[in-house]
Design a protein around this ligand. Structure first.
Ligand code: FO1
Length: 314
């Protein structure tokens, strides 16, 4: 059985720990619009969160970066008054960015670089960047000194998503091509799952790469999403701050409606929500069950339920 998962960062990594336990060939198509260049290094937070978590090297508490990390280089950079001291780069993490940047500079695509890094981490699923082309989320927000656009990471990390976001712009998306293997993976999948990631800044950028949304809508595989909202609240992160910018209700129903039914203009055939929530989305098979990813076994059960819906919805 071939499963494709549309993945952001932390929530998706946790979800993939469960999907990986299934007897299936799993491919994760990962958001790269969080990526940024700092100190001359290309940093790919969602790819790294998934790679480190599945590879057993992530700091589970933080959800990003490496376990047993040290921060010597970052402290030295701050002593030099280097850029973006608010974006903490651990010493071990910097090795990943050095390897990635060196390979990118040598002309390898991000998907080749990711495959090379995964030879060390052996995540147990195939990680495909949504695109090898540069796509970056910039946020137009109201700051004290007026409205301006900043890189997503500056809004998210430096400003903790406090400034009211007016718009999310996926710069470069219109000219980006799906990464190598992405359309083939979708076209040959038995099921496509949308991980419980941030719908606005993690899943939407993937769908914004020309060709990916169409491949999902026209492809043979049923598409089933897992709600990132439980009981009207985000499980982790600040997706609520993002949803309010789009005037989308912070609920399982709101996010399901945002993704939309394939039979309309959307991508969903199924929608898995928490047992305490409800959602009526015409054309979409909605099921509810406990959605707390307390451990890989619980997450595996969630993934199984999503596949059951895929079968029914197919
Ligand atoms: N998130 C933070 O809240 N603070 C940080 O200093 C930070 C540094 C960082 C470094 C590398 C990396 O791969 C991720 C990092 N993140 C940090 C997480 C990052 O902002 C993620 O993009 C978000 O968690 C959204 O996915």
């Amino acid at each position: 059985m071939r499963i494709v998962v549309l993945a952001g960062g932390v929530g998706a990594a946790r979800f993939l720990l469960g999907v990986r336990r299934l007897d299936a060939e799993v491919t994760a198509i990962v958001n790269t619009a969080d990526d940024l260049t700092l100190h001359g290094l290309r940093i790919c937070p969602d790819l790294d969160s998934v790679m480190y978590t599945l590879g057993g090297g992530a700091d589970a508490e933080r959800g990003w970066g490496r376990a047993e990390e040290s921060w010597t280089v970052s402290r030295e950079l701050a002593a030099h008054d280097a850029e973006a001291p608010w974006f903490s780069l651990g010493d071990k993490d910097i090795a990943t960015h050095l390897m990635r940047t060196r390979m990118l500079d040598a002309g390898y695509g991000l998907s080749d670089v990711t495959a090379a890094l995964c030879r060390r981490w052996e995540p147990g699923v195939r990680l495909l960047p949504m695109s090898d082309d540069r796509v970056e989320t910039h946020v137009v927000a109201d700051f004290d000194d007026g409205q301006r656009a900043v890189h997503f990471q500056e809004w998210w990390v430096r400003h903790r998503a406090e400034p009211e976001a007016r718009r999310f712009v996926f710069t470069g998306a219109a000219d980006a091509k799906p990464g190598p293997g992405v359309l083939e993976a979708i076209g040959s999948a038995d099921a496509v799952l949308i991980a419980p990631s941030n719908p606005v800044v993690s899943v939407a950028p993937i769908l914004a790469v020309p060709g990916i949304r169409e491949a999902l809508r026209e492809g043979p595989a049923p598409v089933v999403g897992v709600s990132p909202i439980i009981g009207g609240a985000v499980v982790r992160g600040m997706a609520d701050r993002c949803l309010s910018t789009l005037d989308v209700e912070v609920s399982a129903a709101g996010v399901g409606g945002l993704y939309g039914a394939r039979s309309e203009e959307g991508v969903l055939d199924g929608w898995l929500i928490d047992e305490g929530d409800s959602a009526e989305i015409p054309g979409v098979t909605v099921r509810s069950r406990p959605l707390w990813m307390t451990d890989p076994e619980a997450t595996e059960a969630m993934a199984r339920e999503a596949l059951d819906i895929a079968e029914v919805a197919a």
